[in-house]
Design a protein around this ligand. Structure first.
Ligand SMILES: Nc1ncnc2c1ncn2[C@@H]1O[C@H](COP(=O)(O)OP(=O)(O)OP(=O)(O)O)[C@@H](O)[C@H]1O
Ligand SMILES: [Mg+2]
Length: 446
């Protein structure tokens, strides 16, 4: 190896992957369009998807008075082209993958322009792709419309019956497999929530239609982390599917984060479904940031609501009711009901939860730890039980002793307390939940 090549290599290693992609694209750009300025962008990975290459044909018109006229693969030293594959209908097709491409466009007065695009895997251990594009700044609108076109063909909205449609992430993000009985929460909360959904789909939809309103009801589950909001959504989804409804689930936890574009795609799916829809949006507060905020409020206000004549019920979750509180308080009707999903409220519920997670290992003398579980979220009890069972396993014992359970509670509490000393934590959520309740002008459910 020559000294020059080794220094090039170490330089490349110290750069972030996206920097290497952008630098390569920039060099190409400057060599080919020296007089044209560009803007480097994070781009959608769907423009590298072979399904999009197959279906978005030259000649397609785009917003911004342009047309897509064709594309070619490029050699890029940072990207080794590779494609995934899978079935679509009964056909085997090439799907997502890494690659670099030059996309050609023409505007209405015949001026041609290109976009340099590269998409590759984030790292050795990652199945996540990232993509960048160099786009002439005045062509952003057309590029955005091209990206949207690629995304739509890769992840089409619901046309046929399909039970669960996930926006942002894969099927593993959300599994509607939780049994209603396994969600341990106050009975009144569970039954009010379920009654609300049933009343809406059975009678409510007709009432909205009579009033010439799109049948769209909006519920929010608010509570501190780990109280079972996601679990409750999954259990509601399971019931909805059993009752022949479609579930659309929006996740902000993939690479694309919480963007309004996802909500838009979900709303398209809701409108296209020929069935009543349960629309689940987790961490609604994350979408109430920056420019997207006004658009989300439009959705809640009914201006950009989905129009599904069979009815759509939004079930949103949040840890930060205060982020949502202010905006809904100003305008009744943005959210129809807020349900506080509380931590464990009393010893009866605590014992029920502990029994559930101890399973066959439960014995009555475990109830000595029960008082310490009150006011903790369900996730805490699950961890306590898991840890105690691990302690028994390490000690090669089949029985979990009260001592082990006690030890598990103490060590978990110690860990949480030391974390909260270390991290400057936000104020306890039970206070925020109380705040929501206090300022609740519409009699929200709890
Ligand atoms: N009410 C509950 N009943 C039974 N199990 C629970 C309950 N709450 C939490 N758990 C357990 O804790 C895990 C985490 O709960 P979950 O993800 O539903 O909490 P969350 O409220 O959505 O939290 P976050 O606000 O952080 O998203 C669940 O998968 C379950 O094992
Ligand atoms: Mg959750």
């Amino acid at each position: 190896m020559t000294p020059a090549s080794s220094s090039n290599e170490s330089e490349a290693a110290s750069q972030l992957l996206y920097e290497r992609l952008v630098l390569w694209a920039k060099e190409y750009w400057e060599g080919h369009y020296p007089d044209q300025s560009f803007v480097p962008l994070w781009a959608t990975i769907e423009c590298a998807n072979r399904v999009a290459h197959h279906q978005v044909r030259p000649g397609r018109r785009l917003k911004g008075k342009s047309k897509f006229v064709g594309m070619e693969a490029m050699d890029c030293p940072v990207v080794v082209p590779i494609s995934d594959f899978g079935t679509r209908g009964n056909q085997m097709v090439l799907t997502s993958g890494a690659g670099a491409y030059l996309f050609h466009f023409r505007d209405d007065i015949g001026r041609e322009y290109d976009v340099v695009y590269a998409c590759t895997y984030l790292g050795d251990n990652s199945r996540d792709l990232i993509a960048i594009a160099l786009v002439p700044e005045e062509r952003l609108e057309s590029w955005a419309s091209f990206e949207l076109m690629c995304m739509r063909v890769v992840r089409p909205p619901i046309r046929r019956r399909r039970d669960v449609y996930i926006v942002g992430g894969s099927e593993t993000f959300f599994e509607p497999a939780v049994d209603w009985e396994d969600v341990i929460l106050p009975d009144a909360l569970k039954s009010t929530l379920l009654d609300d959904m049933e009343a809406f789909f059975t009678r409510g939809v007709g009432i909205y239609r009579e009033l010439k309103l799109p049948p769209f009801r909006k519920l929010l589950l608010a509570g501190i982390p780990g109280t079972g909001k996601t679990m409750l959504c999954a259990a509601m989804a399971k019931l909805a599917i059993d009752r022949k409804r479609v579930v659309v689930y929006v996740s902000g936890s993939d690479r694309d984060g919480a963007s309004f574009e996802k909500i838009q795609r979900a709303l398209m799916a809701v409108s296209a479904a020929k069935f009543p829809v349960l629309l689940i949006v987790e961490e609604l507060d994350a979408y109430l940031q920056g420019d997207d905020k006004a658009r989300i409020l439009n959705v809640l206000d009914g201006i950009e609501s989905p129009n599904n004549p069979r009815g759509a019920l939004l079930l949103a979750t949040t840890n930060y009711p205060e982020a949502i509180d202010e905006r809904i308080a100003k305008r009744p009707g943005r959210l129809d009901r807020i349900f506080i999903v509380p931590p464990i409220q009393d010893e009866v519920q605590a014992e029920k939860m502990l029994k559930h997670y101890m399973g066959d290992h439960w014995s009555q003398d475990h109830s000595t730890v029960v008082p310490y579980l009150v006011n903790q979220p369900g996730a805490f009890v699950r961890e306590v039980a898991l840890h105690a069972r691990m302690l028994a396993a390490h000690a090669h014992q089949t029985v979990v002793t009260p001592y082990m359970l006690n030890e598990s509670v103490t060590s978990l509490l110690r860990q949480i307390n030391s974390e909260s000393d270390f991290l400057k934590q936000r104020k306890p959520i039970s206070l925020s939940a109380a705040k929501v309740r206090d300022t609740n002008p519409f009699g929200w459910g709890t």
